[in-house]
Design a binder for this molecule. Structure first.
Ligand code: FA5
Length: 348
C-alpha cells in the first residue's frame, strides 16, 4: 500500500472499531513494529536523498495523525463505558411526582439511624451534642491552638459572643471523655460512643461539598486499644450499611488530634471508581478520616494517656448517604425538594 492507501485503510478500520480490544488491534496493525505506517519507511531505500526527506516527513505526519485519532477514539470508548456503567446505577428520578399523602424520613436520618443501630449492637452509646460550641471544644481541646494552620481547613460561622457553629463532630470529644472517664477508671468500663451531628463550614459548595452537612464521630478508649480495633469497626460498619463488600483504602492523613492519622476512602459508587464530579474525578471519595487519639487530647479529657489508648473516626454521613443511594450531587440532599426526598420513604 502507498501512503494514501494506508491512510484511507486506517480510517476505514478505525470507523469499524467499537471496543478497546479492537482499537488495540488497529493500533498494532498500523503503528506497531511491523505496522503499515512503519512499513512505509522501508520503501524509502530506492528514493533520492531529497525525496527521502520529503517522504519521511509525510510518513511522520501520518504517524502523528494516526496516534492522535487512536487517542481520541480511546477517550470516546472510555466515555461510553462510563455512561453505560452509570445507566446501570439505581437512579432516582427527580421528575417523579411527590407522594404528598404522608411524610417521609430524610435519607440522612435513615442512614444515621442505621449506623446507630449497627454501633449500638456493638456496645456503643449514642450521644447528642449541641451545634453551637466554644473554641475550646472545637479546636483547643483537640490540640489545635489559636495559631495552628489546621484551622484554615475548617473555617466556620462565628457568633458575636465568640462561640461558633461546630465545624466537626470531634468538637464533642472532650465532653464525652469527661462524662465517662470516672466509669473508665473506677469500673473498667471502656468508653465506646458515637455522636452524629450537623456540621458547618464556610466553604464554596460543589457536587461533594456543602456548607451544612452531617458527620458521625466515633470513639473507643480502653487499655490496649490498637489500630486493628479501629479497622475492624470501620469494616463492619461499611459492610452492614452497604450490605456488600465495599472497596476501601487507608492512607496516611494529618489531624492534630490523632497520631497516627488516616484517611479512609471508599471507591466511588457513583462512577464505579472511573472518576466523576462526585469524587472530583479521582475514583475515590474521602469518607472517614480516623486515627489513634492523640495523648494531649486524652489528657485534656482527664484521661491518662500512659494507661489508656483509643481510636476516633469522623464519618462523613452525608457522603455515605450519597454513595448508598447513588445521589450524584450533595446539594440535592439540602434542597428540601419533596419530589426527590420522598422517594426514599420505603427504606424507613
Ligand atoms: C474532620 O472533620 C475530622 N474531625 C475527622 C476525624 C475525626 C479525624 C476523628 C480523625 C479522628 P474532615 O475535615 O476530613 O475531618 O471531614 C471528615 C469527613 O466529613 C470528610 O471525609 C467528608 O466525608 C465529610 N466532609 C467534610 N467536609 C464536608 C463538606 N463541606 N460537605 C460534605 N461533607 C464533608
Amino acid at each position: 500500500m502507498n501512503l494514501a492507501e494506508v491512510k484511507q485503510s486506517f480510517y476505514d478500520a478505525l470507523a469499524a472499531v467499537s471496543t478497546m480490544e479492537q482499537l488495540e488491534q488497529v493500533r498494532v496493525e498500523y503503528t506497531g513494529k511491523k505496522g503499515h505506517v512503519t512499513e512505509l519507511l522501508k520503501d524509502m531505500k530506492s528514493l533520492s536523498n531529497e525525496e527521502k526527506k520529503t517522504f519521511g516527513q509525510e510518513v511522520n505526519l501520518l504517524k502523528n495523525e494516526v496516534n492522535e485519532k487512536i487517542t481520541e477514539k480511546r477517550e470516546e470508548l472510555h466515555r461510553l463505558e462510563i455512561e453505560l456503567e452509570n445507566s446501570r446505577m439505581p437512579e432516582f428520578d427527580v421528575s417523579v411526582p411527590a407522594n404528598l399523602t404522608r411524610g417521609s424520613y430524610h435519607p440522612i436520618t435513615l442512614v444515621q439511624r442505621q449506623c446507630e443501630e449497627i454501633f449500638k449492637s456493638m456496645g456503643f452509646t449514642v450521644e447528642d451534642y449541641s451545634e453551637i460550641v466554644t473554641d475550646y471544644e472545637c479546636f483547643e481541646s483537640l490540640n489545635i491552638p489559636k495559631s495552628h494552620p489546621a484551622r484554615d481547613m475548617q473555617d466556620t460561622y462565628y457568633l458575636e459572643n465568640g462561640q461558633l457553629l461546630k465545624s466537626q463532630t470531634s468538637a464533642a470529644q472532650n465532653a464525652i471523655y469527661k462524662k465517662y472517664k470516672d466509669a473508665l477508671v473506677n469500673e473498667g468500663k471502656a468508653i465506646k460512643a458515637i455522636f452524629p451531628g450537623r456540621c458547618f463550614r464556610n466553604e464554596a459548595t460543589d457536587a461533594c461539598h456543602e456548607n451544612t452537612f452531617f458527620q458521625m464521630e466515633g470513639i473507643m478508649v480502653d487499655k490496649n486499644i490498637s489500630i486493628s480495633n479501629l479497622i475492624f469497626f470501620m469494616k463492619t460498619m461499611l459492610s452492614e450499611v452497604f450490605q456488600r463488600d465495599i472497596k476501601v483504602r487507608l492512607r496516611p492523613g494529618f489531624f492534630p488530634f490523632v497520631e497516627p492519622g488516616f484517611e479512609l476512602d471508599i471507591s466511588c459508587a457513583i462512577c464505579g471508581g472511573e472518576g466523576c464530579p462526585s469524587c472530583k474525578h479521582s475514583g475515590w471519595l474521602e469518607l472517614c478520616p480516623c486515627g489513634m487519639i492523640h495523648p494531649e487530647v486524652l489528657k485534656a479529657g482527664g484521661i491518662d494517656p500512659e494507661e489508656y489508648t483509643g481510636f476516633a473516626f469522623g464519618l462523613g454521613l452525608t457522603r455515605l448517604v450519597m454513595m448508598k443511594y447513588g445521589i450524584k450531587d450533595i446539594r440535592d440532599l439540602n434542597s428540601g425538594s419533596l419530589k426527590t426526598l420522598s422517594q426514599f420513604t420505603d427504606d424507613k
